[in-house]
Design a protein around this ligand. Structure first.
Ligand SMILES: [Mn+2]
Length: 601
């Protein structure tokens, strides 16, 4: 696919319905609208513009007066647009993955930027056939139009508004810009499935890529505007020429009025963001690192510490979950429990085909019941369990081994579970495995017993480490007493325990990560906190300090725990942790068929 050609010709039928400016231009036109690539110069106008949709909206008067008829085009412009054939589209900068789309990297929002100097080619390569103007004209008409407004506002819309008010109160007189992020390239012209930025989502409920929330500081708090890409619906030919956002390619999206109605926030088309940001007077803070285009639009901050405070405050506001968020987390955990059951049912297949089966089966549940997995599934069999972030998941699953499965379903509202169980693949622990397993289980029980309002965030961790260090001493693994090992300046047990015991859980698996030390790791637990409790023991296969028969064993037990008014509630208690119960639970699932149906709520 050619790249960066500057001009395309576009036929617009007279009486075209749709965007008013385009329709107006089309009325006087009956011919060709000149368009240019993103970032190019509009022919005959000389005004630098950023994308073709803006060209349509802003340049149409000039185009209307000076539009060349197709036959009299001053340049050898093709009367075709390339790439509309199925699987070989044109212009999206970044087309939907899996479409086989063939993008023009520069034409973000409109017509394929086929070469101005390039004559229409007869007999183009089969993968890149030209699209006749007649087809464009024919595709642009005779579509039924009906309302696309949602039936009712999102039930959580009032919560989004109150979260924006809470943020607003912490930044009086300061404009705030919170993008959701841009799609990320996986390879060449394919992208990862888009997942909204958590802070942006928490404040808006908005899920589509490229959105930007601007909280405009005024005399009485902030005025919120959510900027988003308008629909590429049948009112413009981009609906089938833009493989990135054209609705023929990616399906209907929510547009500006639809989003405003659904989410209860004022919305504006994304192409107004530049101007509106440039017109801001007074200090502006940006949540940086999510959307490179917004980063460069806002420019370097003169107050990096203040800007860090925006991320910190957002993290801290998200620490205490409301009842709706807790319900979402409970659902994610329940789906995760079913995913673990699926994996146990699939263990015979895993023993033949390896860890890939474990990952695939769990992730299937995550897609059936939720948005996706909340993080890459760790399906670690045998000594892979001693590798903390084993996500390659391409090893074997052997009968006598332990399988460490660390996985979480991310629900439709993006809250994720984070659960780990370490399962004997055969259904029964060996005596060595059981001995270590029981040690980790005792550590986890001791940690969970510390979870209550007012406890230090690190109390569960300290409790778990005391149990593990004592156990390691008893096993003869620790070369010194556990008391000495636990000293702040020694920490010898950590050779085998490796990681912290808890982190907050919510929209992100490692939630609220930007919160200040004193509000999180150095802070105290409060009702509404949801945290993991996940001690582990990892005896590396090549660790000469470990008795040979214990080498290569990795065990972690991880539950998701809600801090309540008077203690805590283990959300993931649907999965047993006691080794006898675990064996019974596995035996009960053996021989069962996988059951994909989601239980009725
Ligand atoms: Mn975790």
């Amino acid at each position: 696919m050619p790249q960066g050609q500057p001009t395309a010709a576009m036929l617009v039928e007279s009486g075209h319905r749709g965007r008013p400016a385009l329709a107006e231009a089309a009325d006087g036109l009956r011919g060709v609208v000149w368009a240019h690539e993103r970032g190019g110069v509009c022919p005959g106008i000389g005004r630098r513009d950023r994308c073709i949709s803006r060209l349509w909206l802003k340049c149409t008067p000039s185009v209307t007066t000076g539009a060349p008829a197709l036959a009299a085009a001053p340049r050898a412009a093709p009367a075709t647009l390339h790439g509309m054939e199925h699987g070989h589209p044109g212009p999206g900068r970044t087309p939907a993955s899996g479409s086989g789309a063939n993008p023009d990297p520069d034409a973000r929002d409109g017509v394929t930027a086929e070469a101005k100097a390039r004559p229409a080619r007869e007999g183009s390569p089969a993968h890149h056939p030209p699209t006749p103007a007649a087809l464009i004209e024919m595709m642009s008409r005779d579509w039924d139009t009906k309302s696309t407004l949602p039936d009712h506002p999102h039930p959580a819309a009032p919560r989004y508004a109150s979260r924006r008010r809470a943020l607003s109160a912490r930044f009086p007189g300061i404009h705030l810009v919170i993008p959701t992020g841009a799609p990320k390239v996986r390879a060449n012209d394919t992208e990862y499935r888009f997942r909204p930025g958590s802070d942006h989502y928490w404040l808006t409920g908005h899920t589509e890529p490229g959105g930007v929330l601007l909280l405009h500081a005024g005399a009485e708090g902030h005025q919120a505007t959510l900027y988003l890409e308008p629909r590429n619906d049948r009112s413009s030919p981009a609906f089938f020429t833009n493989s990135r956002s054209g609705e023929l390619w990616v399906g209907p999206r929510r547009g500006v009025p639809e989003t405003a109605f659904l989410l209860g926030v004022e919305c504006a088309p994304l192409d107004r963001l530049d101007g509106d940001v440039r017109e801001l007077d007074g200090p502006v803070l940006l949540l940086r690192g999510l959307d490179p285009e917004v980063d460069s639009l806002v420019g370097t901050s003169r107050e990096p510490a203040e800007e860090r405070r925006l991320a910190e405050e957002l993290s801290e506001l998200r620490l205490v979950k409301d009842d709706h968020e807790i319900r979402m987390l409970e659902r994610a955990v329940e789906a995760t429990v079913r995913g673990f059951e699926d994996v146990v049912r699939a263990l015979p297949e895993a023993m033949e085909q390896g860890e890939r089966v474990v990952e695939g089966v769990f992730n299937l549940r995550a897609r059936v019941e939720g948005n996706d997995v909340g993080y890459d599934t760790i399906a670690a069999s045998g000594a892979h369990a001693t590798i903390l972030h084993w996500t390659r998941n391409d090893g074997q699953v052997r009968g006598g081994d332990l399988l460490l499965l660390d996985a979480g379903v991310e629900g439709d509202e993006l809250y994720t579970a984070d659960v780990t169980r370490t399962l004997p693949v055969s259904g029964r622990f060996t005596p060595e495995q059981r001995r270590l397993y029981e040690l980790v289980q005792r550590a986890q029980e001791a940690a969970i017993a510390e979870v209550r309002p007012g406890a230090a965030f690190l109390d569960p961790h300290r409790a778990a480490m005391r149990v593990l260090a004592a156990g390691l001493e008893e096993l003869g693994i620790l070369p010194i007493s556990s008391e000495k090992a636990l000293a702040e300046d020694v920490q010898a047990h950590r050779r085998y325990t490796l990681h912290g015991t808890s982190h907050m859980l919510g929209l992100d698996v490692h939630d609220c990560a930007q919160a200040r030390e004193e509000d999180y790791r150095g802070g105290r637990l409060q009702p509404g906190h949801v945290l993991t409790v996940e001690p582990g023991l990892y005896l590396q296969p090549d660790d000469l300090t470990v008795p040979e028969e214990l080498r290569g064993i990795g065990i972690r037990i991880e539950d998701d725990v809600l801090v309540t008014e008077d203690g805590c509630r283990v959300l993931s208690r649907g999965l047993p942790t006691d080794p006898d119960e675990l064996e019974r639970w596995m035996a009960g699932l053996r021989g069962q068929e996988m059951q994909l149906r989601r239980p009725l709520a």
